[in-house]
Design a protein. Structure first.
Length: 377
């Protein structure tokens, strides 16, 4: 018994000594965990710092509300601890901007913008011509984690969800006169009172084999043509409010109408029950961008929550698939109400081309715009 107690005492003393030694030993810092792609991100930030500036140019009416772009620029610089000079120049329509980018082929000539902003149609044509940088976004860009946001090959990234529909003058159109479908616009009261966009954006997608297919779409377009009285660009919705036209189809998205209503405009909006679309704004970096590192950082910044919240504050739009999205509710409510959305993406357009589908956009544009006054600049 005495031997047992002695042994237990010795073991206890030894454990106490070990504990004391461990406690007094110098503490080692835990090894730093290197986040995925952080080295590449740091290199891109360093490259942007050397470039010293960023040139942006796209269609008026997008991300350029008074004060909006200035706040984005400030947050962008703070996000990367930069002090870049960022210059924005209003450009033409997305289709015209894409054509301009395709024409910039002289050696050594920089593109007119470091960041291209457009829809799936322009991104597809530019990617086909190798005019956009193919980037491994998920390897370094912390805000680009959802693969559904990427165009094939990483040539562009979705930054905003848009729901094109019908913007109308809510003072002239009330009750049963409100157009809630495309076919409603064929009524006699709308003859010459409907406007469309210069590139008949979205109307051309009716001919997709996954939507109405060419025969039905062209038949509808021929009946719609007498109703079209003019062309309106994004940002010119005041021409609906002042009564020059009663409606615009397809418009620049529900968010644009919500923005104007919040400012007190007498304007309404509806999603066509017979052809509803989800469309996305994409950003890509031209292969001839003068400041490619700064451009890549700008795209990554636009997908961060801070930028998305600021976008929604000014434009009532963000990307509905990003965590914390404010516009997710709009898409979700419409879907639960029975609206069937067709998604317009680069992938869907490329799939159509692979099946041999040829766009009817030129024919639709000719049918709708023939004899109309020239587009205002």
């Amino acid at each position: 018994m005495i031997v047992g107690r002695s042994l237990r005492s010795s073991i206890g003393a030894l454990l106490a000594l070990v504990t004391l030694v461990v406690a007094c030993a110098p503490t080692r810092a835990a090894p730093a965990v290197q986040s995925k792609g952080s080295n590449e991100l740091e290199a891109i930030v360093a490259g942007a710092r050397r470039e010293g500036e960023l040139s942006l140019a796209w269609t008026p009416g997008f991300l350029d509300a008074p004060g909006e772009l200035d706040r984005h620029i400030d947050l962008f610089n703070k996000a990367y601890k930069l002090n870049l000079r960022v210059k924005f120049t209003p450009a033409r329509t997305a289709s015209e901007n894409a054509a301009r980018l395709l024409e910039e082929v002289r050696p050594g000539e920089a593109s007119f913008t470091d960041v291209f902003l457009g829809t799936e149609a322009q991104i597809t044509s530019l990617a086909r011509a190798a005019s956009l940088t193919s980037e491994m976004w998920t390897a370094w860009a912390p805000n680009v984690g959802n693969l559904k946001l990427l165009a094939p090959g990483g040539t562009a990234v979705q930054i905003q969800t848009r729901i094109p529909g019908i913007t109308y003058n809510s003072q002239r159109l009330t009750g049963g006169d409100i157009p809630r479908s495309l076919n409603d616009l064929l009524g006699a009261r709308f003859r010459g009172r409907v406007a469309t966009t210069p590139d008949v954006s979205t109307l051309d997608r009716l001919a997709s084999p996954d939507v109405w297919a060419p025969d039905r779409a062209l038949s509808f377009i021929r009946r719609l043509a007498p109703q079209i009285g003019g062309v309106i660009q994004c940002g010119e919705e005041g021409r609906i409010m002042n009564g020059e036209f009663d409606a615009l189809v397809y418009d620049c998205g529900s968010a644009r109408a919500a923005q104007l209503k919040a400012e007190g405009a007498l304007i309404g909006w509806s999603v066509p029950s017979d052809a509803a679309f989800l469309r996305y704004l994409y950003m890509g970096v031209p292969t001839r961008a003068a400041h490619p590192n700064a451009a890549k950082l700008w795209v990554n910044y636009m997908l961060g929550r801070q930028a998305q919240d600021l976008m929604f504050q000014y434009q009532f739009a963000d990307h509905h698939l990003l965590p914390g999205s404010r516009s997710f509710g709009e898409v979700d409510r419409a879907t639960k109400a029975g609206v069937k959305f067709y998604e317009l993406t680069v992938e869907s357009l490329q799939a159509e081309e692979a099946r041999g589908f040829k766009s009817t956009a030129p024919e639709i544009q000719t049918l709708l715009l023939r004899g109309l006054p020239p587009v205002r600049r």
